[in-house]
Write a protein that binds this ligand. Sequence first.
Ligand code: ARG
Length: 621
Amino acid sequence: MSTGPSRTSTSPAGDPRTAIGSAFQQAIVATLGDDYAGSDPLIRNTANPELGDFQCNAAMGLAKRVGQPPRDLAQKLVEVVDLEAIAEDLEIAGPGFINIRLKTDALANALGDMDNEQLGVEASDDPRPIVVDLCGVNVAKQMHVGHLRSTIIGDSLARVLERRGRHVLRENHLGDWGLPIAMVLHTLRTNGTDLDALTLTELDVAYRDAQARARGDAKGLEAARTRHSGPHRVAELEAQQSGAEEARAAASDTLVALQQGDDELVRDWNKLIDVTMQAVYEALDLLNVQMGPDNNRGESFYRDKLQPVIDHFEKASLCREDDGALVVDFEDRERPLLIRKRDGGFLYATSDLAALRHRTRDTGADRCIYVVDARQRDHFKDVFDAARLAGWNRTPDDHDVQLVHVPFGSIMGADKKPLKTRSGTNLTLASLLAEAIERGTREVASRSENPSAPTHGLDADAIGAIGRAVGIGAVKYADLSNDLVRDYVFDMDRMIAFEGDTGPYLQYAHARICSLLEKSGEGDLQSSGMTLDDATERQLALVLLRYGNTVSDVARTLEPHRLCGYLHELAETFSSFYQACPVLKTEDDGIRRSRLRLCDLTRRVLEDGLGLLGIEAPQRM
Ligand code: ARG
């Protein structure tokens, strides 16, 4: 395997934990030998800041492996570890914990080193792109809340990867091709619908209508016949069934004509896409997600690339015929993957194989991330394994490609059932976002009535802009702050609260620091020295220094909730600092400026981190 382009990274200024970890790794090797290279030094934050800033917990486990008393091993490690430059004397506690306290000036230096645009985030110069498959709406249907989750999560992951210096291809794998679309086209045509005046709601109705018509009730018919349900019922079901067959036959003729480029059909098809995408772009705009036509590479894009997929699988004997259909078998499971139907039609999986081939072979991406509903887990497992069989998990420069499905759960209503509107219909994305913005605006407007609020006296437009940021921020944060696969209850009252683990709480913390900095009248703080004598200043510094590693963790694990948890902890740590340490009222000029610099750094990390979640950070709230 070739190594591909060089992959240097600018080392993250910052988190002393990294330096402490490597120092202990070296100490472990020096003490126990090369066999122990690569052992995890188990550096943790101490639960009790009085004992130190970090602890190394490796001695206990290693001692067991080599049969030494743990405290003795801890003692040996302490003797050889080289941390003099940054740490005070190390202390051994309990069964063999090693407590580490940073020297105050080392902490201040580390903080000074992250005080630049990078904020301690490591940037890679790997030129290979990363694909993030997100949104994935279906033409002729309303964008539903599942697509909302895919968009919010996918966009945040893309931002994190970009922040780490990677080039991201946001791919909107639209459901814009195939029999369902042909069915709608056929239905609209037989109904004589004027496509120029068509709304998305009408289109959505036509889609369901077309589906229902083609479905018929084969099972019902069989049951009616065997249970002798009476000639009337059987006749009724028979009529429905033959209607369904007709509808399907007509749809498949329509699809053939569309495939052959029938002018009128292609024009109509484009109109359906326009009607659907217009609503999608409006939603994306409200969500502050920058995606447009350039990101659309849907099923139709791959329509000419499906037969070549089949050819490849056939030529390499990777599939077999099964009752006229083509399937791919896997060694470890019974379930085969269907890649061509008996009638010669292709499937969702066939397009996904073509897409994967394009993504890895043509764009050279070395990581393909699919942010799609957890219910499609088996689909992606099968598609990824089939792609591996075909060798499409390698870049053209023969680098392994990481194929990942990021599954997510459903959004539930208060009744723990899939979210509905008050009137009981399926909630559309547009109505959900409208509600969030309305609530956010109401919240901000009511606070602005207080004469001492920084928003007091702002005009309706300005209040509206902040309200929108708050409402959308609330929805996004609630979506990102849980383990993604968990279903969660959509509770607007909780999400929009300015207290608790919410987006508005973080936005508010940020806005308060903005006001404080504005009041201080200080401009350039970067040149101020840092004094970190108070325990809360130290704590804040330590949390700030973790930012870079937190962002790398999210890039690696694709779990945005880690960043949410971090930002929440940062805001709370800031609040303890702010309660304990007066800032503007501090007489000593050096201390005041040092504290202001801590405020400024906190503000920038909050803004940057919220930005990675796709959440705006207004200056006033
Ligand atoms: N259109 C699909 C759906 O609504 C989602 C597409 C996800 N992306 C993919 N490459 N399959 O279920």
